[in-house]
Design a protein around this ligand. Structure first.
Ligand code: URA
Length: 209
């Protein structure tokens, strides 16, 4: 059963509108992505397991819940995933980090892997895959195919914008992986860009062309 979580929140929608504006500066775009990723982290970690530990307040001892952040691994799909990573780490600072490097062949739009590095002991970790743009879904499908070889305890996928084509492709390939997205746009153009979208997330994040 696929699960698509369309995370609708006025703060996220507002910041996303600002990010879409074509004249927004690199600095502002990057800051907004960081802010949205913190808000998305709140949603994607909503059912993270907690355990009770013994503490003492100034008034008395108590048992109180904590999360074990080390069990979480954020997987950044290079390079735009980096824009999502900082905000997530602000909220779960103890998390481990993995990287998957993929580029889209501009002719075929097929994902080609050039880098893959995960922490040890993936079997005991909950993986949260980060890629701001779920366009054709080919990169996301390839990234999760590869990640599954390391057998993480669970996998979630978080993006900022999704195209219906990408959602369909991804959820058909990985019906067991929940997708969290802040917006579902109209579709893809002939170059595989999300429309209306926000352009090339990597270029806008890093100020490249
Ligand atoms: N990647 C991007 O950065 N933008 C798109 O619209 C599609 C893929």
């Amino acid at each position: 059963m696929s699960q698509i979580h369309h995370v609708v929140h006025p703060l996220i929608q507002h910041k996303l509108t600002l990010m879409r504006e074509k004249d927004r500066s690199t600095n502002s775009f990057r800051r907004l992505m960081g802010e949205i990723s913190m808000l998305m982290a709140y949603e994607v970690t909503r059912d993270m397991p907690t355990q009770l530990i013994d503490i003492e307040t100034p008034l008395e001892p108590m048992q109180s819940p904590v999360i074990d952040g080390k069990k979480t691994v954020f997987i950044s799909i290079m390079r735009a995933g980096a824009g999502f990573l900082d905000g997530m780490l602000n909220v779960v600072p103890g998390a481990r980090i993995g990287h998957i490097g993929l580029y889209r062949d501009p002719k075929t739009l097929v994902a080609v892997e050039y880098y893959f590095k995960m922490p040890a002991d993936m079997e005991n970790r909950d993986a949260i895959v980060l890629d701001p743009m779920l366009a054709t879904g080919n990169s996301a499908v390839a990234a999760v195919d590869r990640l599954k070889e390391t057998r993480p305890k669970s996998i979630r996928f978080v993006c900022l914008l999704a195209a219906p084509e990408g959602l369909k492709n991804f959820t058909e390939a990985h019906p067991d992986v929940p997708v969290y997205t802040a917006a579902i746009d109209r579709g893809l153009n002939e170059h595989g860009y999300i429309v209306p979208g926000l352009g090339d997330a990597g270029d806008r994040l890093f100020g490249t062309k």
